[in-house]
Structure formats: C-alpha cells, structure tokens
Design a protein around this ligand. Structure first.
Ligand code: S3P
Length: 172
C-alpha cells in the first residue's frame, strides 16, 4: 500500500462511511478514527448543536484541526465527514494518511439512506432533496479527484463494500 498505511473513507452523507469503517476496523484489527466523533469530543456538542450554535465555519475549523492531529498517529481506519473534501488542505492531509477510498452511490440511493435519520443539519432545509442535489453536484468531482479507489455502494451491503475495499487495496 502506498503512502501512509491508513485507509481513509470519504464520500457523501449516506455513502456508508461510518458503518463500513466499523466493519473494516473489525476485519483488519486497526483502530478506527472518525472525524465527526473527534469534533464532537473536541467541542463537547453534538454535530446538530455545533451547526446551530456555532455555524458551519467553526465546524470546518475543528474538522481540519482533528484531521491534522491524525497525521503521526498509528495507522487506522479513518472515517470522515462528507464535507471534508471541501478544503484542499484537508485533501492533502488525507493523502498523507493513506489510501483514499471514495464510497459512492447514486443520488436517489443517498437520499433514501439519509432520509432514514434526521441527523444531518445541512439537509434540514425546506427541500432536502434539492439541497442534496446541489451538494452532490458540487462535491462529486471533489470525491472523484481525491480518490485512489472508488466503490459504487448502491447495490452492495456494508459487508460487501468492506470486502471489496480490502480486495482492491491488495491490488494497489
Ligand atoms: C457533513 C457531513 C456529516 C457531518 C456534518 C457535515 C457534510 O458527516 O460531518 O453534518 O458537510 O456533508 P456524514 O457524512 O458522516 O453524514
């Protein structure tokens, strides 16, 4: 595997990063680091409350900060928030950490998945489907551009995605 030895999961909300990250940690024995969880611990508030009381800019600062602290840690499975690719300096750090795996799915599938839970502040708008479309169009090229490996998760279970990632990493 090239660069650092971590496996970094990126992708849109609902791509399955958290669930697949847990499975990869189980399968590889590597520690799991989740930037959302680290931001919540750092700021002492839920993601929803951070967006409500501090606004997105502060969330993004904290997100970059926790990411910078992962460089130099032992290799692990690194789960990121969907907006991590918005800052080019974050992408540069992710590349230092290891192999970047982009979990992808078509918009309808993502919308179906995110609609199951009301935990994403960015989608709490009058028209969440239209918001998702706007974010998807803006971000898809960023995920593609950063990725070493792209996995279409639309038709796969989390376990199948994890197995596919491990298989693809072997071929790098
Ligand atoms: C965000 C995605 C969320 C979380 C925050 C912002 C985004 O993580 O970081 O709500 O900008 O797409 P998930 O991708 O795990 O939902």
């Amino acid at each position: 595997m090239k660069r650092g030895n971590s496996v970094v999961l990126i992708g849109f909300m609902g791509a399955g990063k958290s669930s697949v990250g847990r499975l990869l940690a189980q399968k590889t024995g590597l520690a799991r680091f989740d930037t959302d969880e680290l931001v919540v611990a750092k700021l002492g508030q839920s993601i929803a409350d951070i967006f409500k009381t501090r606004r997105e800019a502060e969330f993004r600062l904290a997100e970059s900060d926790v990411l910078a602290h992962l460089v130099g840690q032992p290799p692990g499975i690194i789960v990121t928030g969907g907006g991590i690719v918005l800052r080019p300096e974050n992408v540069a750090l992710l590349k230092k950490l290891g192999v970047i795996v982009s979990l992808e799915a078509d918009e309808e599938t993502l919308f179906r998945r995110v609609s199951r839970r009301d935990t994403r502040p960015l989608l709490r708008t009058k028209d969440p489907r239209a918001t998702l479309h706007e974010l998807f169009v803006a971000r898809a090229p960023l995920y593609h551009g950063a990725a070493d490996i792209r996995v279409d998760t639309s038709q796969l279970s989390h376990d199948q995605v994890a197995i596919e990632i491990l298989r693809r990493i072997e071929t790098l």
